[in-house]
Design a protein around this ligand. Sequence first.
Ligand code: CTP
Ligand code: CA
Length: 221
Amino acid sequence: VDTYQAKQPLAGKQVLVSAGGTQERIDPVRYIGNDSSGKMGTAVANAAAAAGADVTLVATKMLPVLPAVDAVYVTSAAEMHDAMLANFEGADLVVMAAAVADFRPTTVSGNKIKKQSGDDALHLDLVQNPDILAEMGAQKSHQYLVGFAAETNDLVANAQAKLERKGADMIVANPVGYGQGFNTDTDTVTILRPDQAPLALDEAAKTEVASTIVRLAAMAM
Ligand code: CTP
Ligand code: CA
């Protein structure tokens, strides 16, 4: 066995990873966000760097990264979309671990929104964000494309539908909600790939799950 190849299966490869929850601005002092910490995406970026890759990490949260990781900081889904698409063509492996907000306010108020006397409700108009993973799935040529599926219920069925709908090569199905998945240090995920049986992993540290994802992707590339 070539031990260099075994330890550095991604040597010479370009890897593009997204991490963290996006923030969708409402007004100068407020935004819509979610509970994603960026830990899983950053762990994937570091695992790919440890496997020898040159890595670009597009993240909303800056966590410690290895020297081979070039981190780009973004806030909104629109900014993440542009940063991912700008780096997509040159990538060999793309891992979309970010929790992209599904909707953003239709208009961003230039001034802080004030309470209106006599009205105890506020209505925000929201519009759907672009689906970055699906767009890359439709565009991909040589890239190996990995997405996540954050689900509170019917984990495998919902994630399987995303695998097909988004044209991904792998979906990491992740149970979330009430102390699970977001902002924790461990995950209990199931790996879905076209024409392969679901692979249910034992609960493990996010760093370990990230290494497994990178190893499985590298073997398939
Ligand atoms: N994703 C994306 N762009 C979006 C929404 C999601 O690239 N606008 C990606 C996520 O990064 C993840 C995958 O799509 O890799 C699945 O995200 P998820 O929120 O689980 O699925 P959605 O397609 O948004 O469906 P829903 O939230 O309605 O379950
Ligand atoms: Ca979503």
